[in-house]
Design a protein around this ligand. Structure first.
Ligand code: HEM
Length: 111
């Protein structure tokens, strides 16, 4: 029975019973979605300070005096989105890459 009380002609609509609730989105992961965003020059330039190509470093859940958890990943995010001196210095990431990084954080910093 449709919301307005009219009978729903299931045969005419066909696969209405096959409709499943929308599949849960696939979580953003460091390995598949974040690591490929870092260029060789980013990794090389930052290797002494920030291990951009190391999943263990980037997914480390430990906090520090500045960030309550995932201090390494959040420090990187803070510089990717720094309005005054963003990283990389040769030009900030486009909004879609920032959004991917944000969804990685929202999805729990999956490796
Ligand atoms: C997506 C790429 C990059 C990310 C995410 C990134 C991230 C960061 C972060 C988090 C810091 C602060 C480190 C700390 O406080 O210990 C930093 C500093 C720095 N980065 Fe990068 N970096 C990137 C690319 C680059 C590249 C390509 C260069 C060189 C051409 C570079 C040069 C520097 C320098 C000289 C500093 C120290 C001065 C400052 O803090 O502004 N970075 N970067």
């Amino acid at each position: 029975m449709g919301g307005d009380g009219h009978a729903v002609d299931r045969d005419r609509i066909g696969c209405i019973d096959d409709l499943q609730p929308e599949e849960e989105g696939v979580a953003t992961t460091y390995g598949a979605d974040i690591q490929p965003l870092f260029r060789a020059k980013d990794i090389k330039c930052m290797s002494a300070h920030v291990s951009l190509n190391d999943p263990q470093y980037m997914c480390d859940p430990a906090g520090d005096g500045t960030f309550p958890d995932h201090a390494n990943a959040r420090l990187v995010y803070s510089r990717l989105t720094d309005p005054d001196s963003p990283m990389p210095p040769d030009g900030p990431w486009p909004p879609n890459q920032i959004a991917t990084y944000q969804s990685w954080m929202t999805d729990g910093f999956q490796p």
